[in-house]
Structures are given as C-alpha cells and as structure tokens.
Design a protein around this ligand. Structure first.
Ligand SMILES: C[S@@+](CC[C@H](N)C(=O)[O-])C[C@H]1O[C@@H](n2cnc3c(N)ncnc32)[C@H](O)[C@@H]1O
Length: 256
C-alpha cells in the first residue's frame, strides 16, 4: 500500500491556493445530514487536510475529529483547530464503530489510486461507523478533468507567491497528474484517479453500506453527462427514515 505524502510540500500553501473554494455547499449539506443523527453524534472528517471544513464543524458544536495521510497537512490543521487529529489512511482507518457521521470531501477519495483502494476505503468507513451511521463523500468525474484540469500550463498569482499548474490525463489509467510549482521551486506532483460511479456503488454495497443517493453535487439532481462532481450519501444499516426522496427535497430546499 503506497503511503506517499504527496501533499507535504504544498501543505503550507494549501489554504492560500484554495482560498477561492467555497466550502458553504459542503457545510450546508453536512449540516442537513446531521438532522438525521442522534443527539451528541460523533463525527470524523476523513482526509481532513488543513481542517478548513473540520474546524467549522467543531465551532458549530459538533464532536468532531480529523484524520489525514499527510503529516504536512495535519501540521497545518493543528495550527488551525483544536479538534483531535491523527494520521491515518482512508484505506485502513483504525476505528471500529466509533462514529455516527463520516465526511470525506473535496474529492479526497479520488486520491486513492490503487485498484483495491476504493473497496478498502468503503470497508474502512463501514467498520468505523456505528449502526445507523451516515457517510457523506464526493468525487470528481472525468468531465471535471477534461473540462477544467487538463490542458496547457497556467500560472496563478496568489497573495505573496505564484504557482504554475499543469495537468495531464492518462485515459488508459484514468489518472490525472497535476504538477504544481510554487515560485521557482521544485514541482510537486499530485495524482487523482477517476472512478465510474458504478465502481463506487459496488464498493459501498460490498462493504455493507446502503447507498441513499448519488447526486450531481451542484444541483442535487440525478447525475448527467456534464456532471463534474458527484455527492454520495450512504448509511450503515439499520437505515431509519433517511430516504433519497426526503433527503433530496431537504437538501434542494437549502441549496436554493
Ligand atoms: C484535496 S485535499 C482535501 C482536504 C479536505 N478534505 C478539504 O476539504 O479541505 C485531499 C486530502 O486527502 C488526503 N489524502 C489523500 N489520500 C489519502 C489517503 N489514502 N488517506 C487519507 N488521506 C488522504 C491528502 O493528504 C489531502 O489532505
């Protein structure tokens, strides 16, 4: 199992690089999902990165913890949040029935590259969840890579530094390789693998998790050919009253 910390060199720049990213949608959906959880629910933000989402959860009064594979990202997270943090791999989470709610957002699941990785991660989520627990994660689609990532190199002016980005997409392996250079330093390479929706759904089912909904992340309508990000919500049985219809109506009302 590869445990390479590809984010370590980028960790200190990560928040500045992602300052344009709006986390509100993830916060809104996650908050709605908590209405289906027991009072005092325990939350894990898996692949928490620099804790931008996680710290908001903690400040909202949730009992939240975070894990990430990257020591560099965890170091940046520690500077931001008082939430408990630990180093852990999504494919081998060291928890058993410890959480009512797991989030894994901003396409962190796409950073799993090996063939067994997705089934292993879904099995790890299932083991970490308590019965009735809820899992919320998202992935980017091939459309995102071909429309927005792939192409000629481009340079971005960030506050106090600049970055050069270049993404190549290998259609045989479905791996998008992005080289990011900060100022004139050495380039970091980050790789994301594109998975068909069915591969994720099969892995959820094999892990004993029940898919509640897979939706276009922007609209919460059924996914279409031009969908660039997919939201998944799954539940560890027993399922309770969380149905696709009910949840979709609830989320769409909030996203309006
Ligand atoms: C795009 S960042 C998203 C971070 C955070 N979820 C957010 O929304 O800001 C992806 C994160 O996934 C982490 N990651 C990648 N592969 C991982 C793995 N196998 N296990 C745990 N974390 C992983 C990286 O270290 C990085 O922090």
């Amino acid at each position: 199992m590869a445990r390479e910390d590809t984010f370590s060199a980028l960790a200190r720049y990560y928040d500045a690089l992602m300052s344009h990213v709006d986390y509100t949608r993830w916060e809104t959906i996650a908050t709605e999902l908590t209405t289906h959880l027991p009072r005092g629910f325990r939350h894990l933000d898996a692949a928490c990165g620099t804790a931008r989402f996680l710290d908001g959860c903690l400040r909202a009064g949730w009992d939240s913890s975070g894990v990430d594979l990257s020591i560099g990202m965890l170091h940046a997270a520690r500077l931001r949040t008082a939430a408990p943090l630990a180093a852990a791999d999504l494919r081998a989470l060291p928890f058993r029935e410890g959480f009512d709610f797991i989030t894994c957002l901003f396409d962190s699941v796409n950073f799993i590259l090996d063939d067994e990785g997705i089934p292993e991660a879904m099995a790890a989520f299932a083991t970490a969840l308590r019965p009735g627990g809820v899992l919320y994660f998202d992935i980017v689609t091939e459309r995102m890579v071909t429309e927005y990532f792939e192409g000629p190199a481009w340079t971005e002016d960030n506050e106090g530094f600049h970055t050069t980005w270049k993404t190549d997409y290998d259609r045989a392996t479905n791996i998008a390789e992005t080289r990011v250079r900060v100022n004139h330093g050495e380039a970091s390479t980050i790789r994301e693998r594109i998975y068909p929706r069915e591969a994720i759904e099969d892995a959820l089912a094999a892990a004993g998790l029940r898919l509640i909904i897979c939706a276009d992340a922007e609209t919460w309508n059924p996914p279409r050919r031009n969908t660039i990000r997919l939201d998944f919500v799954a539940c560890k049985p027993p399922i309770g009253k969380l149905t696709a219809k009910r949840l979709t109506a609830q989320i769409k009302e909030r996203l309006r």
